[in-house]
Design a protein around this ligand. Structure first.
Ligand code: ZN
Length: 135
């Protein structure tokens, strides 16, 4: 139940796949943006960021390493800031400045369910393990 967060679950755009509804749900679980394209929604399979050449070829791991971050990142960031109170760009800056391990520790603390120690979903604002709802 208490899924451990790891660097493989942090998408190139700075999204923590570990707090995503598609990853946390039981049915049709998404393995995360960096995993193989099985059980993923079309929008994720077609994601410009995930399919970015520099990312695919392993030249860079995260968008902050890019000389010219694409418009998609800004759109995504805006949508998440407005709807989910989360910022990909802030996440990326945190990773750039503090490293991925510190980011993981920060994310685990930030989205930890106070009831069962599970993960609070960023989209649903609730814990899928015990149904605790964030107020
Ligand atoms: Zn819980």
């Amino acid at each position: 139940m208490n899924r451990k967060l790891n660097a493989q679950l942090i998408a190139p755009c700075g999204m923590n796949c570990g707090i995503c509804m598609a990853y946390l749900r039981e049915k049709n679980k998404c393995p995360g943006c960096r995993a193989a394209d099985t059980n993923k929604s079309i929008s994720i399979i077609r994601c410009k960021i995930k399919n970015c050449e520099a990312i695919q070829k392993g030249k860079i791991k995260f968008c902050f390493e890019c000389e010219k971050p694409c418009a998609r990142l800004k759109q995504l960031d805006k949508r998440y800031r407005t709807k989910y109170n989360m910022s990909m760009i802030e996440n990326l800056e945190f990773i750039r400045d503090n490293g991925i391990d510190t980011f993981i520790v920060q994310q685990e603390a930030k989205y930890k369910c106070p009831e069962c120690g599970g993960v609070i979903c960023v989209h649903r604002k609730k814990c899928f393990a015990c149904n605790y709802i964030e107020s």
